[in-house]
Design a protein around this ligand. Sequence first.
Ligand code: 13P
Ligand code: SF4
Length: 362
Amino acid sequence: SQQQLHERIRRAKATLAEKLVILGHFYQRDEVVQHADFLGDSYQLAKAALSKPEAEHIVFCGVHFMAETADILSEEHQQVILPNLAAGCSMADMADEDSVEAAWEDICEVYGVDPEHVEPGADGKLPILPVTYMNSSAALKAFCGRHGGIVCTSSNATTVLEWAFERAHRVLFFPDQHLGRNTAKAMGVPLEQMPMWNPRRTLGGNTAEDLQQAKVLLWHGFCSVHKRFNVRQIEKAREEYPGCRVIVHPESPMPVVDAADAAGSTDAIRKYVAASSPGDVIAIGTEINLVNRLTSEYPDRTIFCLDPVICPCSTMYRIHPGYLAWVLDEIVEGRTPNQIIVPEDVAEPARVALDRMLAAAP
Ligand code: 13P
Ligand code: SF4
């Protein structure tokens, strides 16, 4: 029964004590969240992985790219375990290393630079620099590390793009077109200077001239959960609840972010609700487990999801308490199931790109 499952988890946690830390993303279901030692957005979880060097076992209740990042940032003696190896991220899968490498070569050819050694021009700036969203494979973080680039999350994308523009004239941003577009637009980059890069088309579907004028080249990726939000839903919420406020995750399409009152990471959404007052009405555009948790944490406010059809992140949902109980029992027995190991030749350059982020946006 569920009760026994939770009992098993609690017992294993008590046995492993300080040797174990369980990290959980805000999109995890409550049955998992109740066992997490740290709950956070992807940036906070990356830092949490650094903050408990005494824990030998880091059990990551989130998705694959987050566990990879924890493995890259944690110490050598620490093992990172993902309770279900099928918990990936469909957006992260939209940019694979080969396609990004091929794009980079084409882009560098247009700018007349060597893709292996992009050098700064006479003004000291690089013609282009890669920025990857945290939601990407370790191989792409390594790509950024090797090419003067950096990682960003939804909570620090502006700071990271500012960092990039201090060093380069242009940015290749992947995999999420929406986070890239929303962030660059808020910084004043005109839409004409943000061409999309479609890896299936020659020059990503652009002319050489488009690329010369570009400031931010946007990879064509998106999140299948956040692409469901639309402006009509926001209008409807405002018709039904005049004076209600709307906050959305910046993975939402640009018209949605523009129509909302605010946009921010999962932790920013949580803080926005925490800063509201009893009686307030807040419509939220993000994953349903987080929205439902906020609804029950603040019963004196009206908090609901913009999308009336339940929209869970199906891969986050693959972390079932049954898997958590199983991996913990295995760890108690001295085994290491579902360990996420990023090979050192990938981890080292990936760490360079992650460290740049941690230094630029502490
Ligand atoms: P956060 O960094 O805001 O937690 O976002 C992670 C994510 O996958 C959102 O879809
Ligand atoms: Fe990936 Fe979207 Fe799920 Fe976040 S909500 S983990 S971006 S599929």
